[in-house]
Design a protein around this ligand. Structure first.
Ligand SMILES: [Zn+2]
Length: 63
């Protein structure tokens, strides 16, 4: 991987990416987005995503 600053900082995996989905002023990279869509309810990582999204939504409501 190249050592340069990429425009997208993914809030899910905390890594820099070339492109991603903007959601409430934050970004989810395309691989995390795909992961989120494909993962099954009940999986641990699904709970992790929901937790992160809930934190994000409550943040945006407060502001
Ligand atoms: Zn990501």
């Amino acid at each position: 991987m190249e050592e340069k600053t990429l425009p997208i900082h993914c809030m899910m995996c905390n890594q820099q990416h070339k492109e991603g989905l903007k959601l409430l002023g934050k970004y989810i990279c395309t691989s995390c987005e795909r992961d989120l869509v494909e993962c099954d309810a009940g999986e641990l990582r699904y709970l992790h995503y929901i937790f992160r999204l809930r934190a994000l939504f409550s943040e945006s409501i407060t502001n």
